[in-house]
Each structure stands twice: as structure tokens, then as C-alpha cells.
Design a protein around this ligand. Structure first.
Ligand code: ATP
Ligand code: MG
Length: 246
């Protein structure tokens, strides 16, 4: 069995003639929790779209379980075992929690879907009493849980998360990452992209810093958390208050 569940090798990609990702090489080892952090517009979402096959790559390769998936459509990649909770959650607001989950495994048997949804209501107990509620009526944190649960309906080996903490209060972010930590401890491989570097660095073991469509540096989250420079660049520097002139 290859050590890397997913491997991007020198990937270039963009939109039309506009290049966004340049020569990106990233490994997601089996069983690891990996984060990519970076500011607005550096290409984090594009990186996940490339993995899902939503945009083509212009150079390089994408390997899943050591096999190139470069030419496969998104649906095949999902069936191979890649779950995706996209930026903005992309739920169907006028459908219930349960119906949104069902969409995550539409080709599975009804019995299998029911069993999987039952398990996900244990992983996210707050969703259990809300299963019949329209997603439009959920809080942001609840909606994010539905998005993650839907991505897990298909029993993926790899879970991709795009900014799960956006718009959520710190306490809710903490709850969400706690659930992800349990899933990861049970063997799920997770790749999360975040602007919220603090949450990502606490959760992940390995971190890649994305700048202008390139991997600017990579390392262990525990080491990066200690670094003042990184903290200032990505965790938000609180400036000293100005000293008023007399
Ligand atoms: N559909 C698109 N068509 C053209 N350009 C796009 C498209 N989507 C994104 N881009 C551009 O690609 C670049 C990278 O965007 P991307 O969404 O990957 O950034 P990001 O790191 O996810 O940003 P954010 O933190 O704001 O979500 C940006 O310059 C953006 O304007
Ligand atoms: Mg994005």
C-alpha cells in the first residue's frame, strides 16, 4: 500500500488562460491530518477543485492510491473515496438535513444510506434532532456540520474541507474541529484549507503555506505554531497601541 493516499506532482492549473497554481507538489500521507493555509485568493479553493477534477490541470499529475486520476471526472473521484465539503457549504437550502445527507450517497442502497446517516447523527449529535428541518433554517455551525456529514456519506478515505470555520464563532469552530479530530483518530485522512490558520494549525499535523499559487513552505504544525513570523503573517498580529504625543 502506498504511503501517500493523495499526491499532487508539479501541478499547474488555472481558469482559462489565467494561471493560478504553479508547480504545486503536495503529499497527503494515509491517515494524516494536513492543512494548507494562506490569505485570500492565493489558490486554496483552486487546489481542492483540482483534486476533485472540477478544473483541469495544465501540467503535472494527481495520484490517488498511487494511480493517476488526472483524467477522471469528479463523480469517479468521489466514488474512489474522496469526500468534499466545499467553500460556502453548497447545501440545498429548501431540502431537509436528511435529504441533503442522502445526496452525498445517492447511488448507495437505501439501507446503506440509512445506516450511514445514523452513524453521522452520532458523530454530530446536534444534527440528530434537526434531521427533518430545512437547511435554510439552520445556524451557520449546523450548516457546516451538514456539509461535512454529507461529504462523509459516501464513506470516503480522504475528506477535503474548504474553510470550515468561515463565519463561525470561536466556540463553534472548536466544536467542529473536535468532531474532525475524532474522525481523524478513527482513521480518516483529512486535508483542510483555511484562512483561519490558528484552527488549522491546532488540528493538523502537517501544514503547507500557500502564497500566490505556490507552496511557499511546509512543515509540522507544532513547529509553525511557535514561530513568531508565521504567527504575525497568518494568525493576525495585534499592533501596539500608538503612543499619543503630549
Ligand atoms: N471561476 C473562476 N474564474 C476565474 N478566476 C477565478 C475563478 N475562481 C477563482 N479565480 C481566481 O483564482 C485565484 C485563486 O482563487 P481561489 O478561490 O483558489 O483562492 P482562495 O485561496 O481559495 O481564496 P479565499 O481565501 O478567498 O477563498 C484568485 O485570483 C481568483 O480570483
Ligand atoms: Mg477559497
Amino acid at each position: 500500500m502506498p504511503a501517500d493516499l493523495l499526491h499532487l506532482e508539479a501541478v499547474c492549473a488555472g481558469y482559462g488562460k489565467v494561471p493560478v497554481l504553479h508547480d504545486v507538489t503536495v503529499s497527503i500521507p494515509r491517515g494524516d491530518a494536513v492543512a494548507a493555509i494562506g490569505a485570500n485568493g492565493v489558490g486554496k479553493t483552486t487546489l481542492l477543485r483540482v483534486i476533485m477534477g472540477q478544473i483541469p490541470i495544465t501540467a503535472g499529475d494527481v495520484l490517488f492510491d498511487d494511480v493517476s486520476i488526472r483524467e477522471l471526472p469528479t463523480s469517479r473521484r468521489a466514488r474512489l473515496g474522496i469526500g468534499y465539503a466545499p467553500e460556502g457549504r453548497a447545501l440545498f437550502p429548501m431540502m431537509t438535513v436528511r435529504e441533503n445527507l442522502e445526496i452525498g450517497a445517492y447511488h448507495a442502497t437505501a439501507a446503506r444510506r440509512a445506516a450511514r446517516a445514523g452513524w453521522l447523527f452520532e458523530v454530530f449529535p446536534k444534527l440528530a434532532p434537526l434531521r427533518g428541518r430545512l437547511c435554510a433554517l439552520l445556524s451557520g455551525g449546523e450548516q457546516q456540520m451538514v456539509a461535512i456529514a454529507r461529504a462523509l456519506m459516501n464513506e470516503p478515505k480522504l475528506l477535503l474541507l474548504d474553510e470550515p470555520s468561515t463565519g463561525l464563532a470561536p466556540r463553534v469552530v472548536g466544536e467542529l474541529y473536535e468532531a474532525l479530530t475524532h474522525l481523524h483518530a478513527d482513521g480518516l485522512t483529512v486535508f483542510v484549507v483555511e484562512q483561519n490558520a490558528r484552527a488549522a494549525l491546532r488540528f493538523a499535523r502537517t501544514v503547507h503555506v500557500v502564497e500566490d499559487g505556490r507552496i511557499a513552505r511546509s512543515g509540522l504544525a507544532s513547529e509553525m505554531l511557535d514561530e513568531r513570523m508565521l504567527a504575525e503573517a497568518y494568525l493576525g498580529h495585534v499592533p501596539e497601541p500608538p503612543v499619543n504625543a503630549p
